[in-house]
Design a protein around this ligand. Structure first.
Ligand code: ADP
Ligand code: MG
Length: 216
C-alpha cells in the first residue's frame, strides 16, 4: 500500500465581517495511490475548502499535508502542480477562443517559435490523448465544445503538467446528460488517483468509486 497524499489535523477558518467561520476542524485524510475517492458531506461541511488546501489555494491555520511522504511547507498551486496534484474547478479556467491544444500546452511552457510550436503542441496533445484514452480533437476551439468535453480538456491539461492525483470539485454539477456520460467515461478510464467531491450516486457508481470520505 502506498499513501500518495496525507493530511493531519487540518484547521482552517475564514474571517468575515460577522466573525470567523470554521471551515475545517481537525480533518485527517489518507489517500492511497491509484484509488478513487469520493468526498461527501452536507453543503458547507468544508469539502471545497479541504480540496483548496490540498491544491495550495488556501493555507491551513494549522495541521500538516504530505505529498508522497514529503511535507508541504508552502501552500501554493504552482507548488502543488510540481508535486503532481491537479485540480479541476467547478468553473473551468480554459480560454474559450483558443484550441484544445493551445489550452493544454499553454498552461506550461512559454512559446518559442509559433510555427514549429504548433506542430509539436498538436503532437503532444495527441500522444497524451492516446495514452490516457481521453479522445479530443487538438484543433477544436474550446468555446465550441460541450461542457463534458471542456472538462476532459481540463483533465488533459492537468495530466500534461504531470498530475498523478486528480481533484475534481462536483464534476457532474449542472451538466447535461451527454456531458455527464463523457465525464463518467473519462474518469472511469483514468488509471491514476482521483478525489472527487460529489453526491451524484450514479456518477460515483459508474466511475467505480472505491472509498468514501465523509466530512462533518
Ligand atoms: P462545501 O464545499 O462542503 O460546501 P465549503 O468548503 O465551501 O463547503 O465551505 C465551508 C464553510 O466555510 C461554509 O460555512 C462556508 O460558508 C464557509 N466559506 C467557504 N468559503 C468562504 C469564504 N471565501 N469566505 C467566508 N466563508 C467561506
Ligand atoms: Mg463546495
Amino acid at each position: 500500500m502506498s499513501i500518495i497524499l496525507q493530511a493531519e489535523k487540518l484547521y482552517k477558518e475564514y474571517k468575515t465581517s460577522s466573525g470567523a467561520v470554521n471551515a475545517l476542524n481537525g480533518v485527517d485524510l489518507s489517500i492511497e495511490k491509484g484509488l478513487f475517492y469520493a468526498i461527501i458531506g452536507r453543503s458547507g461541511s468544508g469539502k471545497s475548502t479541504l480540496m483548496n488546501v490540498l491544491y495550495g489555494i488556501h493555507t491551513p491555520a494549522s495541521g500538516e499535508v504530505f505529498v508522497k511522504g514529503e511535507k508541504v511547507t508552502k501552500f501554493d498551486p504552482k507548488e502543488a502542480i510540481r508535486r503532481g496534484i491537479g485540480m479541476v474547478h467547478q468553473h473551468f479556467m480554459l480560454v474559450p477562443s483558443f484550441t484544445v491544444a493551445e489550452n493544454i500546452v499553454l498552461s506550461r511552457e512559454p512559446k518559442k517559435g509559433i510555427l514549429c510550436d504548433r506542430k509539436e503542441e498538436r503532437r503532444q496533445v495527441a500522444d497524451l490523448s492516446r495514452e490516457y484514452g481521453l479522445e479530443v480533437n487538438p484543433d477544436d476551439v474550446v468555446g465550441d465544445l460541450s461542457v463534458g468535453l471542456q472538462q476532459r480538456v481540463e483533465i488533459l491539461k492537468t495530466l500534461y503538467r504531470g498530475a498523478d492525483v486528480l481533484i475534481l470539485d462536483e464534476p457532474t454539477n449542472n451538466l447535461d446528460i451527454e456531458s455527464i456520460e463523457i465525464i463518467t467515461a473519462t474518469i472511469r478510464d483514468y488509471a491514476g488517483t482521483v478525489i472527487a467531491i460529489s453526491h451524484d450516486r450514479e456518477f460515483l457508481k459508474d466511475t467505480g468509486i472505491e472509498r468514501e470520505i465523509l466530512l462533518e
